[in-house]
Design a binder for this molecule. Structure first.
Ligand code: ADP
Length: 776
């Protein structure tokens, strides 16, 4: 059955050599009860461990059922221990955190015996050793004798051919020893039992054969045997622990140390908590910044006007200027005048703007400097009206208004919107009436305190004084007529044109366009005030319609071919150019300004780049210069936030590394603590891999729970953090934990923990089984 051939096992400690086994040769029968007697330190345990494959010999050969073990690999030894050998130790070596049944089943668990069969075999083994009634107890509720019975049940559960007992009664009283010996004696009838003892009486009473040991050598053998089994009849069934078993083993172990596990998980979650909070805050702040950016950009679009300034901030020089010696004065353009640039907003340029990527801007607004011939009826009387907020003495005629370059009055909002969402409904809410449905409906814009300019109201024919309150109903539904140039202006005998004086007949002309105030709108938030001035606002489509109506009118034709102002008969001077007169009369389809509303600062930069590209290679006068008001507000915020986030994440990362080191320490301590368990598992046939798995499983449990805990604590922390921020800065819900971030953090926590714990786990696996079992 078993044959030891010249087995040697030396231990080297420092300079001294211990010959624990010194050329031992002996054979064992298939069925006998062998007692190995000898003084302490004579090498008995070393031989037993060598036979059991817990400790591999240095030289010689161990032949099992005719098979030499010289070529055995670690996996073969593992399988041999699991399939063929059962161990019984002096100190029972029951795994304390597992139930009795789990302990007995462990060997079969390692070899992957199906649950049903495993349980049946375990119960029958427990019944055989007389523990039937105690199956449901915990190991720490058993007496020493009962513990040893559990160990015996575990050893025989898989029905091994060899039972190895190392002083099985060494820790028991005489009476219990007798009972245990009787049990072992009975088991020896079916298999080979080798028992190490230093009690000669027990050996004499129970053993079939006694081998005396001293100084690593056999001194005497009461019943020698010569092996003649030449044929190799050895078969092995490799063991394999599933990760699930490892997980269960670790879980029950952690459960016995609840407080410590909870503390460890909490401590290692701190890294996760800090990163989660930093991420929650920074994405919250980023959202706030994006919102502010969008609002800023809504107020300060990129503007292309007919004139722009090329002046840069540091234009004025402080250099002392010398006066000429001669008695002369020098005519000079001022710095501001020099920097005036006239933009040629050509068809080409308009098409270039149209071709811009729609995703870059929320919308593009076009303003036309065209006047409107507006009439309205107040108390049955027809009066001329204005959409401007200028006081009536300066706004008495369209011309003087234009000469003062206040434009044509009223705010223009873009009728098209790239995002398909109305510009108005984005920034405004309806106080009364409705949003305009088409270009023939205009709206009154009011401030957040419901105020609007008094002159603006007077100019549309509502009689008010400063501070007076007007019912919504007096404004909503009010109608205006737009009269075409040909009806509005009449040619005087001298060749100039002047407005018709019979307002009511003009008012009733069927060719008029009718406008209506559709509603009163108020800004949604204070930050978007000033997007449109208070007063009447209308669609840019309306101005285009008016241009269509008037561009071929008589007065436009006359103005185009005249060098004098056809309304006043005065010569055209520098302040009012001919083209602006034509534009005012509706004779030009070129917008006076273009406003581009990007949605983020990043996109604004792209818009500017796109606009700059148009100017490339063009002569100075053909360049189109834009004004970027928002650019002067802030280009800092975005990048600054990103930088701060990086710094904070780096700090939080340090705490994460600290947690990882801590996990490694905890796992290492756990390895030290569970050395004995590692030995037991190895004796039962666990592979190195299985041991690594047990500890990896433990770190997975720790990693997942600390990740989960961290995310939950961070999430809970966002509530007080938001409350504090709200009270300090008026910003609400800044800290928001992104679920995707939370999930990633749990994964990171698990991966880092497993990495941190894997090295100690590998160390555990490398532990020598025999040494592990000797440890206390
Ligand atoms: P016994 O079981 O007869 O008491 P052992 O087999 O335990 O004896 O030990 C035999 C000798 O080998 C002893 O001198 C012991 O100190 C030594 N020994 C056992 N294991 C080791 C080890 N891992 N390292 C060094 N010496 C060892």
């Amino acid at each position: 059955m078993l044959e030891l051939k010249h087995i040697k096992k030396y231990y080297y400690v420092g300079d001294s050599v211990t010959k624990a086994l010194d050329d031992v040769s002996v054979s064992f029968r298939k069925q006998e009860f062998v007692a190995i007697l000898g003084p302490s330190g004579s090498g008995k345990t070393t031989m037993l461990n060598g036979i059991g494959g817990l400790d591999i010999y240095d030289s010689g050969d161990l032949v099992i059922k005719g098979k030499s073990t010289k070529e055995f690999k670690a996996a073969d030894w593992d399988a041999y221990r699991n399939n063929s050998v059962g161990f019984i130790f002096q100190s029972y070596n029951i795994i304390g955190h597992l139930s009795i049944l789990d302990n007995v089943e462990m060997g079969m668990t390692l070899s992957g015996v199906p649950n049903e069969e495993k349980k049946k075999k375990a119960i029958s083994a427990l019944e055989r050793v007389g523990l039937g009634p105690h199956i449901n107890k915990k190991p720490n509720q058993l007496s020493g004798g009962q513990m040893q019975r559990v160990a015996i049940a575990r050893a025989i559960a898989n029905d091994p051919e060899i039972l190895l007992c190392d002083e099985p009664t060494g820790a028991l009283d005489t009476e219990t020893s007798q009972e245990i010996m009787k049990l072992i004696k009975e088991l020896s009838k079916e298999r080979l039992v080798i028992m190490v003892t230093h009690n000669p009486d027990l050996a004499d009473e129970f053993a079939d054969r006694i081998i005396n040991f001293a100084d690593g050598k056999i001194q005497n053998d009461s019943n020698p045997y010569t092996e003649n089994e030449a044929e190799d009849t050895f078969k092995l069934n490799k063991t394999k622990m599933t990760f699930w078993t490892a997980l269960k083993l670790s879980f029950t172990n952690l459960r016995t140390k609840k407080a410590r596990t909870a503390l460890t998980a909490f401590a290692s979650s701190i890294g996760i908590i800090s990163i989660a909070i930093v991420l929650a805050l920074s994405s919250g702040f980023q959202k706030q910044i994006d919102k502010t950016q969008a609002n800023t950009l809504a107020q300060f679009p990129v503007t292309i006007s007919q004139t722009a300034s090329t002046q840069t901030g540091a234009a004025s020089s402080t250099k002392e200027k010398k006066a000429p010696k001669s008695k002369q004065v020098t005519a000079k353009l001022s710095q501001a005048e020099k920097s005036v640039h006239t933009n040629k907003i050509s068809k080409d340029y308009l098409n270039y703007i149209k071709d811009m990527k729609p995703s870059l801007s929320k919308n593009i607004g076009y303003t036309y400097a065209t006047g409107m011939n507006l009439l309205t009826k107040t108390n049955g009387k027809v009066k001329s009206a204005q959409f401007s907020n200028a006081s009536s003495n300066t706004a008495s005629t369209g011309m003087s208004q234009m000469a003062a370059s206040t434009g044509v009055g009223g705010s223009v909002y873009p009728s098209t919107d790239n995002n398909g969402k109305g510009f108005l409904s984005k920034h405004y809410k309806v106080l009364s009436g409705s949003m305009p449905k088409n270009e023939n409906e205009v709206v009154l814009i009011v401030n957040s305190d419901n105020s609007t300019n008094v002159n603006g109201l007077k100019n549309i024919g509502i009689k008010v004084k400063d501070g007076q309150k007007i019912d919504y109903s007096k404004i909503v539904g009010k109608e205006f007529k737009i009269v075409s140039n040909n009806n509005y202006y009449q040619k005087n005998p001298l060749g100039t044109y002047s407005p018709n004086t019979s307002l009511s007949s003009m008012y009733n002309d069927s060719s008029n366009k009718t406008l209506k105030v559709a509603g009163i709108l108020k800004v949604k938030s204070k930050s978007s005030e000033n997007i449109l001035a208070t007063g009447i606002a209308y669609s840019d489509k309306l101005t285009q319609d008016i241009i269509q109506m008037n561009k071929n009118s008589n007065i436009v034709k006359a103005q185009k071919s005249s060098d004098t102002n056809v309304l006043t008969g005065a010569e055209i001077d520098a302040s009012v150019s001919k083209s602006s007169l034509v534009s005012y009369l509706g004779g030009s389809t070129t917008p006076s300004s273009i406003m581009i509303y990007p949605n983020t600062f990043d996109n604004k930069d792209k818009v500017l780049k796109y606009l700059d590209k148009y100017n490339k290679g063009k002569s100075k006068s053909n360049k189109v210069i834009y004004t970027d008001l928002a650019g002067q507000v802030s280009t800092l915020t975005g990048g600054l936030m990103t930088a701060i986030t990086y710094v904070l994440v780096a700090f939080a990362g340090i705490s994460l590394v600290t947690s990882m080191i801590m996990i490694a320490i905890i796992t290492y301590t756990s390895v030290l603590e569970r050395t004995k368990e590692i030995g037991i598992l190895k004796a039962l046939g666990a592979r190195k891999k299985d041991i690594t798995r047990v500890f990896d499983a433990e770190t997975v449990i720790l990693g997942v729970s600390s990740g989960l805990l961290g995310v939950i604590i961070a999430w809970l922390a966002t509530f007080p953090i938001n409350a504090i921020l709200k009270s300090m800065t008026d910003l609400s819900n800044v800290a928001q934990l992104n679920p995707v971030h939370a999930l990633i953090l749990i994964v990171i926590s698990t991966v880092l923990t497993v990495l941190g714990g894997h090295i100690p786990a590998r160390m555990a696996a490398k532990k020598d089984a025999a040494t592990a079992l000797r440890s206390e």
